[in-house]
Design a protein around this ligand. Structure first.
Ligand code: DX5
Ligand code: ZN
Length: 219
């Protein structure tokens, strides 16, 4: 990947004003939106589903990076594909047979992502690396925006970078959770390509300016 990008997590957006926020961020140079899907079972929170992703897809031409924090993701690949996702990321911990779930995403001709929770080792992905376009390193426990970045994530990002380099792949590394103005450059130095940010963008008075300034720190 040449340019490193910030992907705003819409979970933290103002859903009463979503179309305007998406539009303003796209004008400001945003390259991708992150959609956090939560089922209240894999994680102790419920967010939104395919119908909302379809509405988001109607608001923008930008790729939608759909992060499935759900159990049995294999049952929903098709509907999140039809709703306009460009990347579908499933959790390693949610899949009985990860290889077959990744195949389902591939059949939809979408980019394949695998996410690991903070306590899951990067090494579990080694045997799937040739099927993965994007590794999503959770730098918080999945389920909520606005949490603190877990410092041990730096080591995991470096391990993911080593794994990709060792296998001579160009898999992207995305980091998700607790990204701030203070830590984003260190996260980038550790080897990340894509930076998901929710509260750091949307909880600021001027969310567009926050996005622009955050993106500047890694450009
Ligand atoms: C957490 C989600 C993250 C979160 C990011 O389960 O996967 O994408 O919304 O929000 P912040 O940047 O506020 O931690
Ligand atoms: Zn996420």
């Amino acid at each position: 990947m040449n340019q490193k990008i910030v992907a705003p997590s819409l979970l933290s957006a103002d859903f009463t004003n979503l179309k305007e926020q998406i539009n303003n961020l796209q004008i400001a140079g945003c390259k991708m939106f992150h959609c956090d899907i939560m089922d209240g079972h894999f994680v102790p929170n419920i967010s939104f589903g395919p119908s909302i992703v379809s509405q988001i897809h109607k608001c923008t031409t930008l790729p939608l990076d759909t992060h499935l924090m759900i159990s049995e993701p294999e049952k929903y690949i098709r509907s999140f594909s039809k709703s306009g996702s460009s990347i579908i990321t499933v959790h390693y911990e949610a899949c009985q047979n990860l290889g077959s779930v990744l195949e389902l995403i591939k059949i939809e001709k979408l980019k394949v992502g695998v996410s690991i929770k903070p306590k899951t080792h990067v090494s579990v992905l080694e045997k799937f690396i040739n099927q993965i376009d994007l590794i999503l390193i959770m730098s918080v426990e999945p389920g909520f925006g606005g949490q603190e970045f877990i410092p041990s994530s730096y080591k995991k990002i470096e391990q993911a970078r080593e794994l990709i380099t060792k296998n001579n792949f160009n898999t992207l590394i995305e980091v998700d959770g607790g990204i701030t103005f203070e830590n984003i450059q260190n996260v980038s130095d550790a080897g990340a390509d894509i930076f998901v940010a929710g509260n750091t963008i949307f909880k600021k008075a001027d969310y567009v300016e926050a996005f622009i300034n955050l993106q500047k720190l890694i450009s």
